[in-house]
Write a protein that binds this ligand. Structure first.
Ligand code: ZN
Length: 159
């Protein structure tokens, strides 16, 4: 095993848990918790509130495309609501295409909280889940900034 939970603070070489000192420079090993790069999935999982993650998936709102859908997912996640996307029925296009409307699905226990978030963002009305085009444009601008930041952060983490 070349990888391990222990890391040398001097040369960054990883060691298995039974080692106490670095084989190369004899430094006492430390548990690599700070230096560990959390995966995107792990970071998301940390934000999710367990009470919002129970029950069957229900549709909370529709988005007109993948970008908008992902932006809404991001907003929901900030409030601890996990979500998943489904291609809206009747719009069968290949998966690699970002076009086509999406349904945003949340666990039943997170539905009320999700609606609350969307209401506050004025992305849904009280009754019909409608998305006013003007609002969407405004939010897409914000979304673009977020996406750019995420992309930048991703490059940073990879590099
Ligand atoms: Zn070392």
């Amino acid at each position: 095993m070349t990888d391990g939970p222990l890391v040398c603070p001097s040369c960054s070489e990883r060691h298995p848990p039974e080692e106490r000192f670095c084989r190369r420079c004899n430094m006492p090993l430390v548990i690599d918790a700070v230096g560990e790069v959390p995966t995107e999935a792990a970071r998301r999982a940390r934000k999710i509130k367990p009470q919002y993650a129970e029950g069957a998936l229900v549709r909370v709102v529709g988005a007109s495309n993948q970008t908008e859908a992902e932006f809404i997912q991001g907003m929901l996640l900030e409030e601890g609501v996990p979500s998943t996307l489904r291609r809206t029925r009747g719009f069968d296009v290949p998966d690699m295409l970002a076009a086509g409307p999406r349904d945003i699905m949340v666990p039943a226990s997170g539905h009320a909280a999700a609606r609350e978030v969307l209401l506050q963002a004025e992305l849904v009305g009280e009754e019909e889940p409608v998305t006013p085009p003007g609002q969407v444009l405004k939010f897409l601008l914000v979304a673009l900034v977020i996406v750019a930041l995420l992309a930048w952060g991703g490059t940073e983490l990879l590099g």
